[in-house]
Design a protein around this ligand. Structure first.
Ligand code: SF4
Length: 301
């Protein structure tokens, strides 16, 4: 499908992101899909810096900076205030990093999902606390360097399975996406915008600074995450099951994804082989169908 994407911009040039930042590119296109009738609720994260502090801002929709743990609680309040005013047309989007989602904001997210609060929660996951100095989060993958895991995160600590946690709440929409696959990304934002109830999108967003990448390689490496199966593009179907929305022609070896990033340089071949097996094991529980427009390639064994 070809998208007729608006030329309007709601995240403007002159913002504070590093070159090649996947978070800022994702936010730019998310806002294009949601439109000007959007209120953004933003806890502490890289985007707090990217959009600029008062009185300057790079975003031209209303945006609330809120405390770290409270994005889902504050978004619930904004939605209820809008309802009290009879304003159904406004999209409320909580936009948070992995630290504010997987770790610090998790209880508020669970509460909002359980209450079926009517807003879209988007986690842009760059897999560490990037804006405070690249510290490990529970979204950091095993083997990845951070400043608090200088030899690489221990392999016995898995990346927290946020998708399964959210799925347990029977939310109205759940999907993963990355701007490296823009049509899939836009289709999911479009669907999420039109639905009501608690909606959750998990985005993989490359961070050249934290992933030890050249800024020009940001999208290429994010694509490799999908092509190797370490970040599958998923969507909840009508039966509340997850299915793939994209299946690669054939899966790339996970080593190609690791070797493209300096943060994985300590991994041995044996450790990479172990992690390849872990990804295949994990994916088996997600994959119930081949999804929209998928080719018939076999899923990872
Ligand atoms: S540190 Fe990473 S996530 Fe933060 S603005 Fe820079 S590239 Fe983006």
């Amino acid at each position: 499908m070809l998208w007729n994407v608006t030329t309007a911009e709601y995240l403007h040039s002159g913002h504070m992101a590093c070159p090649g930042c996947g978070a800022s590119l994702s936010l730019r296109h998310a806002l294009k899909m949601l439109g000007e009738q959007t209120i953004v609720v933003l806890p502490a994260c890289c985007t707090s810096i990217i959009v600029g502090g008062q009185p300057t801002t790079a975003v031209s929709v209303p945006l609330l900076h809120v405390p770290f743990a409270t994005a889902a609680a504050c978004a619930s309040g904004v939605r209820r205030a809008l309802l009290a005013q009879g304003r159904q047309e406004v999209t409320v989007m909580a936009w948070a990093g992995d630290g504010g989602t997987f770790d610090i904001g998790l209880q508020a997210i669970s509460g909002a999902a359980e209450r079926q609060e009517d807003f879209l929660y988007v986690c842009y996951d760059n897999e560490a606390y990037m804006n405070t100095g690249i510290q490990r989060s529970s979204a950091t993958p095993p083997g990845a360097w951070t400043t608090t895991t200088p030899a690489g995160k221990e392999l016995e600590y898995e990346k927290k399975d946020i998708i399964s946690i959210i799925k347990a709440h029977r939310q109205s929409y759940l999907a993963t996406a990355t701007i490296a696959y823009p049509e899939d990304f836009m289709a999911k934002f479009e669907k999420a915008r039109k639905l009501s109830g608690f909606r959750f999108l998990h985005l993989l967003a490359a961070c050249p600074a934290g992933w030890k990448l050249d800024s020009s390689a940001s999208l290429e490496v994010t694509r490799l995450a999908v092509e190797t199966g370490i970040f599958p593009l998923l969507e909840q179907n009508e039966d509340n099951e997850l299915q793939l929305t994209y299946v690669p022609e054939s899966y790339e070896p996970l080593a190609s994804y690791f070797h493209a990033q300096g943060r994985y340089k300590n991994l041995s071949d044996e450790q990479i082989s172990f992690l390849q097996g872990e990804v295949q094991r994990r994916n088996k529980k997600f994959l119930t169908g081949k999804g929209r427009g998928a080719n018939p390639s076999p899923l990872p064994a």
